[in-house]
Design a protein around this ligand. Structure first.
Ligand code: FES
Length: 165
């Protein structure tokens, strides 16, 4: 019996096996590369600190003479009001003592009103209406060595604290 010159099954069986082996080989390396990438990203993330960089709690708020007597001044970006009275200055944290919303100063009524649940505060920060359980926090305010107002948001003071300047 004559043997065919080319065995079709033999000819195609080997390349198919090779192709399948190659695909599996690269797929396996692909999985290894992906896992390596995920692990590497995790390691890099671990190397960087998860610290939050926030603005300093102590900041200067200009010269005393730039504040009008009787005025309530919101320090932009700081969440603090600086009140100038005849006797001196005090600083109030612009954060409602109920749930932390920022009250709004109403110059015409001379009161702070909280937009969230309606608490009301006198110019001194003392609460007189609504659910706020206590006055607004009064913050330490001093004079810096160069004669500017210096507010420390990290230090609360008593309601009678006033900077004479
Ligand atoms: S947060 Fe101000 S009254 Fe509730």
């Amino acid at each position: 019996m004559l043997k065919p010159l080319i065995d079709i099954h033999e000819e195609t069986a080997v390349p198919r096996r090779r192709v399948l082996g190659g695909v599996l080989f690269w797929a396996a390396w692909g999985v290894v590369a992906i896992l390596g990438g995920v692990l590497g990203a995790g390691m890099l993330r671990f190397l960087y600190p998860r610290a939050l960089y926030e603005a300093s709690k102590i900041f200067k708020a200009g010269r005393p003479e730039s504040y009008k007597v009787g005025s309530v001044n919101l320090v932009t970006g700081r969440g603090v009001w600086i009140v100038r009275e005849q006797e001196g200055f005090y600083a109030i944290l612009a954060k409602c003592t109920h749930l932390g919303c920022q009250p709004i100063w109403y110059e015409d009524q001379q009161v702070f009103k909280c937009p969230c649940h309606g608490s009301r505060f006198y110019k001194t920060g003392i609460n007189f209406a609504g659910p706020a359980p206590r006055p607004l926090d009064r913050l330490q305010i001093t004079l810096s060595s160069d004669g500017r107002l210096l507010v420390d948001k990290g230090k609360t003071v008593g309601m009678d604290y006033i900077l004479k300047a």
